[in-house]
Ligand binder design. Structure first.
Ligand SMILES: [Zn+2]
Length: 292
């Protein structure tokens, strides 16, 4: 999200979602704190994982209330601000850092409720000083808000995104050029560490990027705000499938980057503003069972 005085993209149309999508959302709400007994997902906390394992842990950094007009709904929508902690043999990586302090107009517009980053990290058993790297999906103030708390920790960002943020009217400037800010600017796809790859996913912003993490339980895509919700992401994947199947137009568009993402076959896709998880696979829950 952006300060209300800046240009904002058109709100999405109201969307109900299919029954299956709602079930998907409800079921995977149990991932809220990154734990589901017996799931063995690689999307979990530190305990019970090998020291050299690559894991992803969700951090709940609060929420904000998107106004009805912006949400495209008859009422406001409350959206979480989620970050992700990647544990890797090379160190600890933070993907997004929460909602930053904004001007009074923006505060009144979004009514954010913040959960402090340091507390969320502590709950995950991590000290802020232990972080090796930050990756922001983009630089709107609800994604890079905690960066100034981590001076000296390199921030990996697309060159175009940083340029947009510095051009003004885009984000909160104090969250970008704060004392101790260090940027690693990249152009497009970039392998950060073995099994940790930045993939450009433009759309919400031109410089938006996602992170593909090869956990021990399969690839997980930290999609940020490439899509607002897991069901929207799933709809885009199905649009791609329908096109590949040769379905007659009209068909919905889907972003070209989905082709590259799918080459990695992510088993799970997680989001910045939706606690639901997109899971790969599909079809009937019990193959061969009579469906209705
Ligand atoms: Zn956002």
């Amino acid at each position: 999200m952006q300060p209300p005085s800046s240009n904002r993209q058109a709100p999405p149309p109201p969307r109900e979602g299919t029954a299956d999508e709602r079930v998907d959302r409800d079921h995977h709400g149990t991932y809220d704190h990154g734990r589901e007994p017996g799931a063995g997902t690689g999307f979990e906390g530190a305990e019970g994982t090998a020291a050299d394992a690559i894991t992803v842990t969700r951090l709940d950094l609060g929420y904000f209330i998107r106004p009805a007009a912006e949400a495209g709904l008859p009422y406001p929508r409350v959206e979480p601000a989620l970050a992700y902690l990647v544990r890797h043999p090379r160190g600890l990586l933070l993907f997004d850092s929460g909602i930053g302090a904004a001007d009074p107009e923006t505060e009144a517009h979004y009514r954010p409720r913040r959960r402090p980053l340091t507390g969320a990290l502590a709950a995950a058993g991590v000290r802020a000083g232990d972080l090796a790297l930050i990756v922001n999906c983009h630089l709107h103030f609800d994604h890079c808000g905690g960066n100034p708390l981590l001076p000296g920790v390199p921030v990996v960002v697309q060159r175009t995104e940083l340029a947009a943020a510095r051009a003004g009217g885009y984000t909160v400037g104090a969250l970008i050029d704060f004392p101790g800010a260090v940027y690693e600017e990249i152009d497009g796809e970039h392998l950060l560490w073995p099994g940790v790859r930045v993939l450009p996913t433009p759309g919400h912003t031109d410089g938006h990027q996602s992170l593909l993490v090869e956990t021990d339980d399969g690839p997980v895509l930290l999609a940020g705000q490439a899509y607002d919700t897991a069901s929207d992401y799933g709809a885009a994947l199905l649009a791609r499938t329908a096109a590949a199947d040769g379905a007659a137009p009209p068909l919905p568009p889907y972003p070209a980057w989905l082709d590259r993402v799918e080459e990695f076959g992510p088993r799970r896709v997680v989001f910045a503003h939706d606690a639901s998880v997109r899971c790969a696979g599909g079809g009937p829950a019990r193959p061969g069972a009579a469906g209705g």
